[in-house]
Structure formats: C-alpha cells, structure tokens
Design a protein around this ligand. Sequence first.
Ligand SMILES: *Cc1c(COP(=O)(O)O)cnc(C)c1O
Length: 384
Amino acid sequence: MQDKLTLMIPGPTPVPESVLNSLGKHPIGHRSGEFQTIIKKTTEQLKWLHQTNGDVLTITGSGTAAMEAGIINTLKKGDKVICGDNGKFGERWVKVAKAYGLDVQVIKAEWGSPLDPNKFKAMLEEDTMKSIRAVIITHSETSTGVINDLSTISHHVRNHGDALTIADCVTSLGACNVPMDQWGIDVIASGSQKGYMMPPGLSFVAMGKRAWEANKTSDLPKFYLDLKPYLKTVQNNSSPFTPAVNLYFALETSLNMMQAEGLDSIFKRHSRHQKATQAGIQAMGLELFAENGCGSPAITAVKPQDIDAEKIRKLVKDDFDILLAGGQDHLKGKVFRIGHLGFVNDRDVITAVAAIEGTLNKLGLLKFPMGSGVSATLSSLKEN
Ligand SMILES: *Cc1c(COP(=O)(O)O)cnc(C)c1O
C-alpha cells in the first residue's frame, strides 16, 4: 500500500513526524546567531547522550565517516592496532585501518558469536613493549545482531595503559547503556539514521582526553575529516564547513525527544522490544542467529530452517508492508534481520512478529499453533 511501508531494518530507522516536520523549513545561515544557538544546544545534548565530558563533534556524512575520522585523527603511519572482526562492520574497520597503512592484527569470532574479551586481554598483556596503539571494535555488530562486550574489552585496553579504545557504537548508542567516560572509551562513532531517529546524513565522533593527546602526534592524511578544525569551531558554536543545516533542526528535535524520554527509559524500551521479538520468534519455531544471551538490543537476526530467508522477507514486505533486512555476504538467504532500533513501540514489534507468523503459515511452515508467536510476544511485553 502506498506510503504505508514500515522500516524494521537497522537503519535508516523510522523517523517521528515532529522530526520530519523540523526538516521542512528554509535553511538558515550557518554563521547566524540562530544556528549558533542550535549548535550549542545539540553539542550539550550529544554529550548527555554519550555520558561524557569529552567532545562530541558533528560531521556531515554517514557513520563510516565518523569511524574513519576517529581512526585517522588518533593514529600514526604504521601504528599497530588490533581490530575485532565478527561481522560485516568489523571487516570494514579492518579495511579502513589497512587503507591508511596501519599494522593490523585481527581478532576474529564466527559470525553470530561475540568477540572473546580474553583474546584481547592476552594480546594486550603480551605487548610489554607497548607497541599496540589502539583496539578498534564494533559494539553492536549489525550484520549478525550480536552485541560485543565493549565494557570488558575497553577495561583490558585501559590496563594496557597506552592503547586507545576506538568503538563503533552506531547501533548501540541510544539503544543500550554506553557510558563513554565510565567505561574508559576514547573514541565513539555513531550516525543519525540509527538510534537518533533521524534521516541519514549526520555522523558523530566523540573524542576523550586521551584521544586528543594521541591526536597531537597523529600524521595520517586528512582534510575534510581533520577533527582539529571541528573542535576549534565548535568551541565558538560554529563548524568548519557548511553543515547540513536542516538536519541540525531534526537533530535538535530528536535529542529533545530523547531527553524527554530519559536514557534509562530508552534502554529499557529497547531491551523490552528485544526480549519480546526473541520470544515471538522462538515460540513460532524459528531459530535466533546470535549466540544465546549475546543478542543486540537494536536488531534480532533470525535463521529459518529449510527455506530461503529472502522468501519470507519478500512476503512480509508484499503482504504486510513491513521491511525487514536480509543477510549480508554468506548469510544472504540464510538469515533475515528485524530492526527494533530508535523510534519503535510495542505495536511495531507485535505487528512484525504477527507478519512473520502469518507468512510462515502461508508457506505451510508454521510448526506451532497459529498465534503462538504473537502470544509469546504479548506475554513478554507484559512481563518486562
Ligand atoms: C549502519 C552502521 C554503520 C554506518 O554505516 P554508514 O552506512 O556509513 O552510515 C557503522 N557501523 C554499524 C555497526 C552500523 O550498523
């Protein structure tokens, strides 16, 4: 049905009407007092969201720009780094690090499993010469729906003493607790089209004190993503280049909404929806892809047996106007992924589960009585 499609992919995520409406204004001058007020306010709000006293800089670009900025502004040519790789995004940061000539050591885990913090601990402890400069990991691995133990890994990095923790928190920030300062994370990257409930186009890179210290000796090539001019200008409520002015209007509205809801309530909501989705999926006889207890609060990957996952995904879209995400690379056709990140309520989760259940029934693949999935989802929502 026209205009009725509901996005339940892990980005872009649904956008509230008030956020959409804030986009529909004439752009204003980016050096105007009015715009400076918005930069000042949103910068404070972003620090609140990251739970940090460090700096959060806004870049016009997608999440990858923020992550690349974090890497190239803190490291030097030939620096030794450890990259965690247990999915598509882990792979991406290995590629970025290699593209800039870093000496990359990779710690891998199977897709569907979390990274093992003990492997990081061992590699960091072995490094008595302190040659490892950074550990680069993805907190919520969107491609597999797995959450990595960022808190423990960054703890091991702190014990090493010299290395930085650079984290992709694109689908964890605004979904679960990511207290940057408390966990000792040095760099966090995120993007507007995920937990921020905004359209794509802005990305955010948070830099702590140790990250700025490392910045002093960083010599990797950079111009548009050189963070020093961003820091200098944001201190005067300005920006080095013409920012996506209208997206800032949306950013202010979405951060206002997030502050009105409160961090704890936002995390609780995501956790409830994760549990309710998992309960519904399992009650209709489908398997979760992520290892038990390691599911991401933003996304649930499902591994249906004996059927092409793309077939389920297509019918859910055609019959129910709900867009689910497919599997990437070798998981194509093997899994589908349900996004429950950002502007999502109980109704969205219930209808997604019902649509999947109806689709299985249509295909003659439902192994349990019709309604088992929806019933489990409703019970889970009531209990949690
Ligand atoms: C979406 C996403 C990104 C950013 O991707 P862009 O397309 O550059 O916005 C990075 N990491 C993870 C884990 C993501 O889900």
